[in-house]
Design a protein around this ligand. Structure first.
Ligand code: SF4
Length: 475
């Protein structure tokens, strides 16, 4: 692939990134994050178990065996964070997790049977909710079950990651997780500032987080990642700067800085956040600039959207080599892998299809009680979907696009097929977000910050006028 992404610090100063307030409010639209295309709100219940099985069998018929990526969703949390938009079950009743695991294991067996002969796993991710809600014993049993039903690549080749809430684990537990087969750890931090933590109901002592990072290094985890959020209530440039200093001192391999999307009409816990405590879009952009400035000055590579990595981290290497991919967990190095996801609400991506499991525990259990995979909805991608997915992926991961390379892979004349889109891109070019040349579309530094706006041009389904409440603001 023809790509040569450049670290943002090498080509832009903060002044070059400054937005006119009027442009900022014009571009601050509602839009998807493109962890998939088409986005999950386009999935339909006309796509069910049969269509999923057909997608697996099409994959089998193609002959070439790709390694699998497995995702397991553990939906339970001890307490609720007010900013949360995840599918989770807040409960202190540990029996709920025990019941869930019996069903999850059943689903794992069914998926393994379907993928028999092509069940080599190179990537495993435990997300939630809070995966560390499970006890050591429950995790041991679940990992043993996975290994009984899937073939795992050796530790040095596979990426086996788990999201860890530092409030739920001890350094000893971290050593156990490494022994259980995990080699990558992602820690939820959000912000070290106490006022912000209080405003979002997530009090997390800084010393505990740092102790867990030390324990992960001691235990031999290959990579430690920290998740932060900007745009939270009570957050300011000063609080963000202090948090960044502490994070940089802790030197994680990857840092994700997510944009808080305040959508209380969709996510009930967010109703506990007062609008008046939220930073303005202009100060959110300043926060993002500050993050980019501080992290790139500290030697991190800006991967895109919300991700930073050390130059020798697999993500940065994959981007340099044009192998970067985007999926439901954000950026990924495994472009060719089918994603098989188990658990309530989990989304799989197999061949030219996406499918999502039932979203409530009751419906998820009910399907499995009937010996059915708990798939509730999905979509089979058309040729047009695949083409647009390729373009959106490319823009998200590499910030440039060669229409000629698209024409080589698809039987279209780019300028004709995307005439309407090119006219829209011209307007974004005038706003300074990209450069349109005959043989390249190149995203500028400003455009990188608003890459969602650029990708939205290629989204055939998008109709923010008809569906204004489904998406978050792009800033
Ligand atoms: S943010 Fe994470 S830990 Fe907090 S409630 Fe949501 S899923 Fe649970």
């Amino acid at each position: 692939m023809l790509t040569s992404p450049t670290p943002i610090a090498a080509v832009a100063s903060l002044a070059a990134l400054a937005f006119e307030p009027s442009l900022l409010s014009k571009l601050n639209q509602l839009g998807p994050r493109y962890t998939s295309y088409p986005t999950a709100d386009r999935f339909s219940d006309a796509f069910g178990v049969e269509a999923y099985e057909q997608a697996v069998s099409d994959r089998r018929a193609m002959g070439a065996r790709h390694a699998l990526s497995l995702y397991l969703h553990i939906p339970f949390c001890d307490t609720v964070c007010y900013y949360c938009a995840c599918n989770k079950v807040v409960s202190k009743n540990l029996n709920k997790a025990a019941l869930y695991l019996t069903y999850l294991k059943r689903e794992i067996e069914m998926q393994a049977a379907l993928f028999q002969g092509m069940n080599q796993v190179e990537q495993l991710h435990f997300g939630g909710g809070t995966p560390t809600y499970l006890s050591d014993r429950q995790m041991n049993e679940l990992m043993a079950h996975l290994h009984q039903h899937f073939q795992f690549a050796p530790d040095q080749l596979g990426e086996y990651s788990i999201e860890v809430d530092p409030r739920t684990v001890t350094p000893k537990r971290i050593v156990t997780l490494r022994r259980q087969g995990f080699n990558r750890l992602s820690l939820g931090v959000q912000d070290f500032d106490h006022a912000v933590q209080k405003a979002v109901n997530r009090i997390q002592a800084e010393e505990d987080t740092l102790r867990i990072i030390d324990a992960a290094r001691f235990a031999g985890f290959r990579s430690v990642s920290i998740d932060l959020i900007y745009g939270l209530p009570k957050q300011s440039l000063t609080s963000i700067a202090q948090t960044l200093d502490k994070v940089i001192a802790a030197a994680p391999d990857r840092i994700a800085i997510y944009n808080y999307a305040h959508m209380p009409h969709l996510f009930k816990p967010q109703r506990r956040i007062a609008d008046s405590d939220l930073p303005t879009p202009a100060s959110k952009i300043d926060m993002l600039f500050l993050c980019i400035q501080r992290l790139t000055a500290a030697g991190y590579v800006y991967i895109g959207m919300d991700h930073f990595a050390k130059p020798d981290d697999d993500l940065a290497i994959a981007q340099r080599q044009g192998r970067l991919h985007r999926n439901f967990q954000g950026y990924s190095t495994h472009a060719e892998a089918d994603l098989v996801s188990c658990g309530v609400s989990a989304i799989s991506a197999v061949g030219a299809s996406y499918s999502q499991n039932e979203k409530t525990l009751e419906a998820y259990y009910e399907r499995l009680d009937r010996q059915l995979l708990p798939i509730a909805r999905g979509i089979k991608l058309s040729m047009d979907d695949l083409l647009r997915r390729l373009i959106i992926q490319h823009l998200m991961c590499h910030f440039e696009l060669s229409p000629a390379s698209i024409e080589m892979a698809h039987p279209i004349k780019f300028a004709e097929y995307f005439a309407k889109e090119l006219a829209q891109l011209k307007l974004l070019e005038a706003d300074g977000l990209l450069l349109l040349e005959d043989d390249w579309i190149s995203v500028t530094m400003k455009g990188r910050l608003l890459i969602r706006n650029i990708c939205m041009v290629f989204d055939r389904y998008l109709d923010p006028v008809k569906d204004p409440v489904r998406y978050s603001k792009t800033i």
